[in-house]
Design a protein around this ligand. Structure first.
Ligand code: PAF
Length: 281
């Protein structure tokens, strides 16, 4: 496995490879990331993983400094999965101090939901993903559906910039109890983890309500909020949206369009997100 830290070396190494599938990550790799690597292996001759905790997607009060960085164990996991290339740049390599900031945005998709609560987030994600795609030049890049809005924003950014790169959505991986895997789950103790399960329970409740014929998005959103409230989590949003545009719906009609239910909530100081796409049977 080749490990690179600079853009130049990454480009040279990549040029020697055939088709490449890229899995962009911030490290602290868990089974969810490894499922992306396995999907990537099916899609191209070689798999590249980027490991970079991207400062521009964190607000000053967020957890950039304390975000886990277990680089040795991450590299061991990549090696065990048969990854060909790991790109692990420094902050100065991707954001050279002598070069001023650039801005990229996909306002129609990015200003709602996460964008309301973390206004800096998608600008930072777009900046770093555009850089990573430009450095590695993969044929395909894999992103988890766990970060549903991020996936939609990146699809739109890639199409909008005319990048010849396919974006592959990959299913959310959950623990047996239903908690969506996230590097931030490591911050939860056992009791907090149980409260965190209320996010997936709320989504299950939404799906049940819709399957039972509920067509009013407000009713479904209310049902999700009630589930989370009984577990003492502070809700940022519980939303029923158009699965492609992420716009609010007047009425749920699965025959016309699958909907996506999305939730974000705080278990004490840990912020969790989850979602579920609900489609007609
Ligand atoms: O989903 C993540 O881990 C990050 O947002 C990403 C896409 C690697 C960009 O830093």
């Amino acid at each position: 496995m080749i490990v690179t830290h600079t853009i130049d070396e990454t480009r040279q190494r990549r040029a020697a490879l055939g088709t490449v599938a890229l899995v962009p990550t911030m490290g602290a790799l868990h089974a969810g990331h490894l499922s992306l690597v396995r999907r990537a292996k099916q899609l191209a001759d070689h798999v590249a993983v980027s490991i970079f905790v991207n400062p521009t997607q964190f607000a000053p009060h967020e957890d950039f400094e304390k975000y886990p960085r277990p680089i040795e164990s991450d590299l061991a996991k990549c090696r065990a999965e048969g990854v060909d290339l790991v790109f692990n740049p420094t902050v100065d390599e991707l954001y050279p101090p002598a070069v001023g900031a650039i801005e990229l945005s996909v306002p129609e998709l990015a200003q709602t939901l996460e964008g309301e609560f973390r206004p800096h987030f998608f600008g930072g994600v777009c900046r770093v993903v555009a850089k990573l795609l430009n450095v590695v030049r993969p044929d395909v890049a894999c992103f988890g559906q766990k970060d549903y809005q991020q996936l939609r924003v990146i699809e739109a950014m890639t199409a909008g910039l005319c990048l010849p790169i396919r974006i592959e959505p990959c299913p959310t991986v959950r623990d047996d109890d239903g908690l969506a895997l996230s590097s931030r789950n490591a911050y939860l103790d056992d009791k907090q983890r149980k409260r965190g399960l209320s996010l997936s329970m709320a989504l299950a409740e939404a799906e049940r309500a819709i399957a039972d014929g509920e067509t009013d998005p407000d009713e479904v959103e209310g049902a999700m909020r009630r589930v989370m409230a009984t577990h003492d989590v502070r809700v940022d949003y519980a939303a029923v949206r158009h699965s492609k545009t992420l716009k609010p719906l007047d009425l749920i009609n699965l025959a016309l369009e699958p909907v996506v239910c999305l939730v974000a909530a705080h278990v004490d100081r840990v912020r969790l997100i989850d979602n579920r796409v609900v489609a007609a049977e």
